[in-house]
Design a protein around this ligand. Structure first.
Ligand code: ATP
Ligand code: MG
Length: 393
């Protein structure tokens, strides 16, 4: 079957007034970007409160659907067959041939749902539905009508032409990128942070990212893995500016000066400070991490409080209440899992103590950080100045 268009349904569209237009404009823009990456000249339009994608004569159906499935804000994607309007008789025949092509020998329940965008049409929607329903019953003797819970709804939209559809493919939901500001993701090579970035992007937030690497303790491969993960997240979020911070000297200095059981917490506080620096510089409104309560020593409530204390921007932790398995499920869905589990050392895994504190005391941590007074400003300055910026996507 050849589909000529897609009807796009979007939900959070309980959003009213001016915001609704912003939402729709952002949605159309993101759809156009997604479709520009695949072959063919697609037309994305908004007509009378409905969003359509009109397809070129030749296009790859699967690829098009997959591209649309990465556009946040889309709830349903309905492939549409378009017929010329040659009067009611022809329309009824077309509806029956659609059914014959799409559901040969259909024997389940159905209803016909008609919408008239062209109100001048000489029949009411109810009349059209009843009449076409009758024709379908004639053509499919084993099918029955159920208007309350049909297994199949055949939608007929009367516009300049006649649009017929019955399928609905699930979209990603959420809100279009660009409707909710920008945030800075702390992106490591693990499973959690790409998922965290995806989840915040899904709410319409544009994403930037920062990765702390520690050469030669972490390899080029570890960095490449993060670049690869950023690319995978960017398939949903759009372009990501990735800051690669050289963290080695800061880590070594902390290692030299501070008690080893506090290393992770102190390191994480410096990561947050640096991430916040770049966030402020690029007008991000928050930070994002992949932390989840209790997952590791640095993610107990006490540790999170100690990490959080150095931030002035809000820190969003969308997987905070998720079990690992739940995070893994999302990472599989967005296709980051296989990359995340590649075994390259991350800077945190190298400098961890055998018995890290799980209930850090803030005063103790602050006192330990005082031991860094001599050189830390200089090292921070150096890290900021040598940060490499990679534009992803
Ligand atoms: P992930 O799966 O994302 O690696 P994790 O369970 O390994 O998370 P941690 O290593 O404690 O947890 O890191 C917690 C969060 O801190 C990460 O989700 C990420 O947001 C951030 N983070 C950790 N290491 C780095 C790093 N090297 N660069 C950037 N962000 C990092
Ligand atoms: Mg990690």
């Amino acid at each position: 079957m050849i589909f000529h268009a897609f009807l796009i349904k979007y939900a959070e569209i309980a959003i009213k007034g001016k915001n609704r237009y912003l939402f729709e404009d952002a949605l159309l823009k993101q759809m156009r970007i997604a479709l520009s990456k695949i072959e063919g000249d697609f037309q994305v339009t908004k007509e009378q409160g409905r969003v359509y994608v009109f397809c070129p004569e030749e296009y790859d159906f699967e690829e098009t659907v997959e591209a649309l499935q990465r556009v946040f804000g889309i709830v349903e994607i309905c492939p549409v067959v378009i017929y010329e309007d040659h009067g009611f008789e022809q329309m009824a025949q077309d509806a029956v041939s659609y059914m014959q092509a799409r559901y040969p020998g259909y024997a389940g329940t159905f209803k016909v749902y008609t919408r008239r965008a062209k109100k001048s049409y000489p029949m009411t929607s109810m009349e059209v539905s009843a009449e076409i329903g009758g024709r379908i019953l004639d053509a499919f003797p084993e099918a029955t009508v159920d208007v309350h819970e049909p297994q199949l709804t055949l939608s007929v939209e009367i516009r300049e032409k006649i649009y017929v559809y019955s399928d609905s493919i699930e979209g990603p939901g959420g809100m279009p990128i660009g409707t909710n500001g920008k945030a800075m993701l702390l992106l490591s090579g693990g499973i959690d942070s790409p998922v965290a970035g995806y989840m915040i992007a899904k709410r319409g937030v544009k994403i930037e990212a920062v990765y702390f690497h520690a050469p030669p303790y972490t390899s080029e491969r570890a960095k490449q893995k993060v670049v690869d993960l950023a690319k995978l997240v960017a398939r949903y979020s759009g372009p990501i500016r990735l800051h690669v911070v050289n963290f080695t000297d800061i880590q070594l200095y902390i290692y030299d000066q501070c008690p080893h059981d506090e290393l992770t917490i102190i390191m994480r506080r410096y990561m947050m400070r640096i991430a916040e620096h770049f966030a402020q510089k690029d007008k991000c409104l928050g930070l994002i991490t992949g932390e989840s309560i209790g997952q590791v020593a640095s993610q107990t409530m006490q540790s999170l409080a100690a990490t959080n204390e150095v931030c002035t921007l809000p820190v969003y932790r969308p997987v905070i209440g998720f079990d690992k398995q739940e995070i893994v499920e999302i990472s599989r869905k967005i296709n980051t899992f296989e990359t995340s589990i590649q075994p390259f050392e991350d800077c945190c895994t190298i400098f961890v103590a055998k018995h890290p504190v799980t209930k850090p005391n803030l005063n103790v941590i602050r006192r330990s950080e005082e031991k860094l007074a001599e050189k830390i400003d200089e090292l921070m300055e150096e890290a900021l100045n040598t940060t490499e910026i990679i534009e992803i996507g």
